[in-house]
Design a protein around this ligand. Structure first.
Ligand SMILES: *Cc1c(COP(=O)(O)O)cnc(C)c1O
Length: 413
């Protein structure tokens, strides 16, 4: 092993701005070149044939020009290298979305005859749906974490968990789960924690999946997915991606690499805000229950006594929208949107109740966010069902934008 400065492990914050860009100075550029080519000219068709054969037999990144953009792209490859470094993985393979990434993992395992998946709920609604509907010919057994070992069969190709989970922020012990997987690869959806807070591969997971659309991109303007894993599985994933076509657009790869640069500072700042909001919500009589991970993070979920739809209708600064991980705050009602596609009974038993709201804390000032949330919560009515003074149930004034003029309720302190 080489031990010179170029291979000495660097801190995550340093990798975030340098990984995948080490050659830029030698190229004589400072920002990352964006290669939008769909095809790559060559006067040497024998060499092209050799590159295609090599890719078809190994799945390794093509040496030299990628022939066609569905095989590989140099800009996207930089994002893959950067994310792999942050996750402490040998390799990473990027896809058009988080769902395309999960589909490729399932297809890769199913093509080896391993069609059975063991999974722990809750999962992101569409991941749950993809598994439960068997759209890709896979079969799923949903279990609690302590039921994983018993659920594994000879044809089990994957164990899947999300931690903290979307939308309840439930956490699983990755090390314990990895032990109960035996030889079956454990996939951890690390979208909510990001490698800033949690590196599942160091805890025994074999595969890390991200909806890069969320924190990795970080600005709500790029859809993408990525799988971090060993090079052997990455080769299979590249072949699946080539054959099924779920490639990431190079501009998305460019934006995601840019997103990685600020990931550590965004996560730290947004997590501090979410933790403070969780603390205030926990003390608020309008809130029945707050979900905030022990691990930390920039997501907070809470159950209201009042009407959750009125909270969504009542926010003015926070954007009422699905998705998460952007620099601005978003809030949504999982039972109506992100987890709508999951059958009601499955949703409920996974802890996704009708009064649950999920908020993604952005980079706004925490006092401004709290004021907006308080206004919206007041519009939603009910507080803790204790002996409230009669005045507490008097209708609130119509919701307006003059939030600053309204006195704080005692409950909001
Ligand atoms: C959004 C999300 C996905 C799906 O990713 P897309 O980029 O929307 O396809 C998967 N897992 C989690 C935890 C998510 O939040």
């Amino acid at each position: 092993m080489n031990t010179d400065a170029s291979t000495t492990p660097r801190a995550l914050a340093t990798e975030a701005v340098h990984a995948g860009r080490e050659d830029l100075a030698a190229l004589g550029v400072h920002s990352v070149p964006l290669d939008l080519s769909t095809t790559y000219p060559s006067y040497d068709s024998r060499a092209e044939a050799a590159r295609i054969d090599a890719f078809a037999t190994t799945g390794a990144r093509p040496e030299g020009p990628p022939v066609y953009a569905r095989l590989d792209n140099p800009t996207t490859a930089r994002f893959e290298d950067g994310l792999a470094r942050l996750e402490g993985a040998e390799s990473a393979v990027a896809f058009a979305s988080g769902m395309a990434a999960l589909s490729a993992v399932l297809l890769a395992r199913a093509s080896a005859g391993l069609r059975h998946v063991v999974a722990v709920r809750p999962l992101y609604g569409c991941s749950d749906h993809l598994l439960n509907a068997g759209l890709l010919g896979t079969e799923v057994t949903f279990v609690e974490p302590d039921g994983i070992a018993d659920a594994i069969r000879p044809d089990t190709g994957l164990v899947m968990v999300e931690t903290p989970a979307n939308p309840t922020l439930a956490e699983v012990d990755i090390r314990a789960v990895a032990r109960s997987c035996g030889q079956v690869p454990l996939l951890v959806d690390n979208t909510f924690a990001t490698p800033v807070l949690q590196r599942p591969l160091e805890q025994g997971a074999a595969i890390v999946l991200h909806s890069a659309t969320k924190y990795l991109g970080g600005h709500g303007d790029v859809l993408g997915g990525v799988v971090a894993c060993d090079e052997e599985f990455a080769r299979t994933l590249r072949q699946v991606r080539f054959a099924t076509g779920g490639v990431l657009h190079p501009l998305a790869g460019y934006l995601l690499l840019r997103g990685l640069s600020t990931l550590p500072v965004r996560m730290r700042a947004q997590s501090a805000t979410a933790a403070e909001l969780a603390r205030r919500l926990a003390a608020d009589p309008r809130i029945a229950r707050v979900h905030y991970p022990k691990l930390g993070g920039a997501m907070v979920a809470f159950e209201v006594y009042g009407d959750p739809h009125a909270v969504i209708a009542g926010v003015r600064l926070i954007t009422p929208a699905v998705s998460l991980g952007s620099v601005d705050s978003l809030i949504q009602h999982p039972a109506s949107i992100s987890h709508r596609i999951v059958a009601e009974g499955d949703r409920r038993s996974a802890g996704v109740g009708d009064r649950l709201l999920r908020m993604s804390a952005g980079l706004e000032d925490v006092e401004d966010l709290w004021r907006d949330l308080c206004e919206a919560l007041s519009a939603a009515g009910a507080a803790r069902p204790v002996s409230l003074p009669a005045s507490a149930s008097v209708p609130r004034p119509a919701h307006g934008r003059d939030a600053g003029a309204r006195p704080q309720r005692s409950a909001a302190r």
